[in-house]
Design a protein around this ligand. Sequence first.
Ligand SMILES: [Zn+2]
Length: 338
Amino acid sequence: MQWFRAFSAIATLLAMTLVAAAQDFPQSAKILFASETAPSAGSPKSFGFYNNGCIAGAEALPIDGPNWQAMRLSRNRRFGHPDTIALIKRLASDAAQYDGWPGLLVGDISQPRGGPMLSGHASHQVGLDADIWLNPMPDRRLSLREREDISAVSMLKNDGTLFVDPEKFTPAHERLIMRAASYPEVQRIFVHPGIKKAICEDWKGDRSNLAKVRPYYGHHYHFHIRLFCRPGSPGCKAQNAVDMKDDGCGDHLAWWLSDEPWAPVEPAPPPKKPEKPAPKPTRPSYKTLADLPAACTGVLGAPAPSPLPTAALTPTIPLPPLAPWPEVGPVPQPRPQG
Ligand SMILES: [Zn+2]
């Protein structure tokens, strides 16, 4: 089975490459960025927006620290702006010291040079997004194999409800999320609406950062930390500001808990038989480098640091991954603003 999956992934890549070549279209940006195994050298700079950009001079999160372990190493998404990496380390240490949270299991940050990915997220492209699992770190080092196989745990009552299971989602989870929200570098945090509801109802401490905790689809296996564009990255495009005067526990949350955001997506009508043959496409149906900020072409072509920092070396994983990251369910189009 693993062999089959590995084979079909390679076959897909090959097919996409051949299609691109046959039509004389440039290569898909996600293939180019997913193929990069090392960051570019030089000072850190994010270019573009969270869901359309890249990062130069990214730093790797070491796979192990005193209070964290990086997961799914085969995905090679442990890279981020040095401020993102520093913030994860600080959260790991603060949460262990003050919040009764033994340590972080860290999911995806960005690829070594950011950019679009072959699977999963739309964002995480500029080194300023990080996923933290909602299961606490066990009190032992996980093997490389376990880091591929262990499943993240949903905090919801039964998958499919909108509400958290208090047996799974505890006050320590709330302290961890509110700790992350308290850092001034953090622009917003995405959690499942049921998690936001629980924090709105339970949180007795300082609520001034609750506005940053934003309900969104998915995010009941992990929460997502997003940093503001960092100083020294003039090419980084900011996201609209969170209204810090509204803690989001009123109308905004009520909408997320209503039926509207979860209404099934209307199936597309069956395609009509074309009267004349479709014109030859003039541009590819996928994103190419031309769709990204121009600086990202330079980021792709830049040399890697020499020597590569030890933390950036990817350990050899004995087998291809088995357990896929849970995908977000069907969502309406266009997606509402998170
Ligand atoms: Zn994420």
